[in-house]
Design a binder for this molecule. Sequence first.
Ligand code: ADE
Ligand code: ZN
Length: 336
Amino acid sequence: MSDVNSIVDLPKVELHLHHEGAAPPGLIRQLAFEKKIDIHKVFAEDGEYAFQDFGHFLQIYEAATSVLKTPEDYARLTKAFLEECAANGSVYTETFISPDFCGGGDVGAWQEYLLAIREAADFSEKRHGIILRGVVTCVRHFGPDQAKRAALCAAETTGDWVVGFGMGGNEAVGHQGDFSWSFDCAREAGLQLTTHAGEFGGAESVREAISDLNVSRIGHGVRAIEDMSLVQELAEREITLEVCPGSNVVLGLYPSLDKHPIERLRSEGVKVTISTDDPPFFRTTLRREYEILHAAFGWDADMFREINKTAAQAAFCDEDTRARVLKRLETPCETT
Ligand code: ADE
Ligand code: ZN
């Protein structure tokens, strides 16, 4: 039986993290102050983010994001959250970055934001050793036309740093297939694909993600558990789920972590990985996710090591970077 310290201290890989969703509330408050923007509704009395349900969460997320107005703001954001990620033992992370928030879908503006983010990521890699790669995302409730602009931004900047394309946002709006043009465009540009499904949509949304968008990873995907033939298909096709257990409990998918299907999915052979989604919004950290999973399911350090290896194998980065990450997973963490 592993003790909890040997588990939370493990080097980790995180595949599902929203760039703005990682913003420390103190940074958002500071930017609001500097720009004289009133966003007091975003925060609870204790200074943390506050929302009632998923729809309200998306509103609060976008209100917090409204203070991030320039490439320089995104550089500050990137450095701030990468320090947190590194302190949590993360050695590699991919973030979802949306051209909708970074220049409104304009390719030239997007390139400026991306440059600032990459420079900040290089700084953080040198200082903390953490590697960041970008997954450009469209936002489902902004609609298919805006998603096309995001895909064109992604296609224009595909390379060793922008490695994937995906979709977040409200699953209640439209269908995965409405966005097939954007996903085809991103695939043709050489990007690997993921989409949010099986979070607020049921098992059928996971099926649509596979059949209509042909993704190799799924954001959340946990409600696949409602259809065991789909679970089997996920296992057979080796589709990796980016599972965010704490997020799912806070947003009310499951009443408590011990009712979460991650262990059942894993034992059925589905490739599961562990992420935080929007950690300060859900009052969590990557270390905390490991701690609560250990408490709920008794997973030991070897289990978490295996899951991190699965995440490294499913990362969208190039093979040299993957080899570096796999090596780092074998080395005890030095948090800086
Ligand atoms: N955007 C940020 N977090 C999200 C989530 N959990 N689901 C869908 N869209 C999101
Ligand atoms: Zn998400």
